[in-house]
Design a binder for this molecule. Sequence first.
Ligand SMILES: Nc1ncnc2c1ncn2[C@@H]1O[C@H](COP(=O)(O)OP(=O)(O)O)[C@@H](O)[C@H]1O
Ligand SMILES: [Mg+2]
Length: 314
Amino acid sequence: MIRFEGVSKRFPGASAPAVENLDLLVPEGTTCVLIGPSGCGKSTTLRMVNRLIDPDAGRITVAGRDVTAADPIALRRGIGYVLQGIGLFPHRSVARNVATVPELLGWPKGRIAERVDAMLDLVGLEPATYRDRRPDALSGGQRQRVGVARALAADPPVLLMDEPFGAVDPVARGRLQAEIGAILRRLGKTVLIVTHDIDEAMLMGDSVALMRGGRLVQADAPQALLAAPADDFVAAFVGQDRALRRLALLTVSKVAEPGEAMGEPEIAAEASLRDALSTMLARGCTRLAVTGVPRILTLDAIREAGALVKVEPR
Ligand SMILES: Nc1ncnc2c1ncn2[C@@H]1O[C@H](COP(=O)(O)OP(=O)(O)O)[C@@H](O)[C@H]1O
Ligand SMILES: [Mg+2]
């Protein structure tokens, strides 16, 4: 768990605080995405957690412990940190990069080698192919996978990621976001991610915290943010196509109703409503049968679920 209580930071000589009176809770085992315009204080917020920056006021606790009372070096060993693009040691092999923290912790060689291979497997890089490569022999996406493997190597309970996929091309990015998001959820890590990519926020966040000018504007589940933006700024930030985004976050099983199939095309219970809508459009029908169960999904039900497009702020 990461908790911010009344946290403020003003850099020397700055006319306004970079972060002002921030209250935010990231529950154990969940991912929170910090999003907002450039300069709104996202990275400063993140870097106060591992004490690369110290707050002027307020309290930050990780797993109940005040970070300002911790030794910064020991603290950082328990917190994985992933940065955009940079961050890998260019003259070290992939394996040595991943082994950085276990080496610092003095793990025996055999255990480190095992751990490196397990981590490379985890992030989808075949160990035999990649462990001896240098970072410059990898694509941008592969480098970010190594960055995640390195951050997870000593099994820290908390992970901080600052625009982790910012340097990855858009095609690889979507896959990375989905894959890494699933891995972090499966491992039960508590994660704080900074991004300016609203799709990344929606895909990876259990909660999304939108900042503006150093202040928190709204923190909520992605669905809630899309359905009920707190003000015009949030509404504008989450974008015009938020009905479609919302449909992508809802599964067929959530809205299908009891009913017997009568030859309708089938849709999987775990498919998204966005996929269901595409299927209806492609097949020219307004009803789908849910595979394997006596339930029917109708266009009206999708419409109702998507009607969350509120124009006026709450
Ligand atoms: N080390 C620093 N020294 C002085 N000002 C800084 C420093 N880091 C960030 N700032 C300023 O603090 C504000 C917030 O920056 P930052 O947290 O990096 O924003 P974001 O990550 O949302 O783009 C900006 O105005 C930025 O210029
Ligand atoms: Mg930043």
